[in-house]
Design a protein around this ligand. Structure first.
Ligand code: SF4
Ligand code: SF4
Ligand code: SF4
Length: 251
């Protein structure tokens, strides 16, 4: 029986999530290729296909001219997956949404600011229907293979829907708030094994929020450490574009 056809596409992104997919450990790659055929993947092969069982979309939409291309991929795909934070939440491309268009145009192309088209950054789900997402900046390769296998079997993607704090506490870390830092762990989706707080950093939200963020927990943390909504949002703009409401409601 033919294996499901998988294709990769990119929009505004650093292509790091696609590189992570190319750079799978040999056993992960075998695991993946046992269940799917990769029929289109600009970074890895020159073949193309007309239809896809699963289309993995990396990157966000930052130009109106990208919309028809994305819609065309959507029309040719049975299942469309937002692949990585840029696609899932807008990612770091959405930083520009906090600024005036003329300001970032001038900052990036000072001699010819109108040379390239640019619009407000949108996540893929803000433009077409998205059936699943693979969070993270970049994606976690084990999770990527697991989710593709889930989709092939017609199952719901197996992604944690509890907060990074759960994994952080399991790792017996001292909470970074106790060290005078701030962290988005209470409302961000686990699945990275609390990578940043476990390695001397803090969670800045690359995996997006859980489905029902615990606003009470976030509010308690903000109150305990005398933080305002503006202080939290200023520090966490990197991946915060679509999460601002969480803090607004908690504040
Ligand atoms: S999510 Fe991160 S690693 Fe992936 S394409 Fe976007 S910026 Fe690059
Ligand atoms: S707030 Fe951050 S550092 Fe503190 S427990 Fe949660 S994830 Fe860990
Ligand atoms: S701890 Fe937060 S920022 Fe770091 S990888 Fe996990 S979700 Fe992303």
């Amino acid at each position: 029986m033919a294996k499901p056809k998988v294709a990769f596409f990119d929009f505004a992104s650093c292509e790091g999530c696609q590189l992570s997919a190319i750079d799978l450990a040999p056993e992960q790659m075998l695991d993946l290729l046992n269940v799917v055929d990769i029929v289109e993947f600009r970074e890895a092969i020159s073949e193309k296909a007309a239809k896809y069982d699963i289309a993995l979309i990396e990157g966000s939409i930052t130009r109106d001219c990208d919309v028809p291309r994305l819609q065309d991929i959507r029309n040719r795909s049975k299942v469309l997956v937002a692949f990585g934070a840029c696609a899932h939440t807008g990612g770091i491309n959405a930083l520009k949404n906090f600024q005036k268009k003329e300001d970032y145009q001038k900052a990036v192309y000072p001699t010819d600011p109108l040379k390239y088209e640019t619009t407000v950054t949108r996540a893929i789900s803000e433009v077409v229907q998205v059936d699943a997402f693979i969070p993270g900046c970049p994606i976690n390769t084990m999770e990527f293979v697991r989710i593709v296998k889930n989709l092939v079997l017609g199952k719901r993607p197996d992604i944690p829907d509890y907060s990074v704090c759960v994994e952080c506490k399991k790792n017996e870390n001292i909470c970074v708030y106790e060290k005078g830092m701030h962290c988005l762990g209470p409302v961000i989706r686990a699945g990275c094994d609390a990578k940043c707080p476990s390695n001397g950093g803090y969670c800045y939200g690359c995996r997006g929020t859980v489905t029902k963020p615990n606003l009470h927990a976030q509010k308690d943390v903000m109150q305990k450490y005398n933080l305002t909504f503006d202080q939290m949002t200023d520090q966490f703009k990197l991946f915060l574009q679509r999460n601002r409401e969480v803090f607004k409601n908690a504040g």
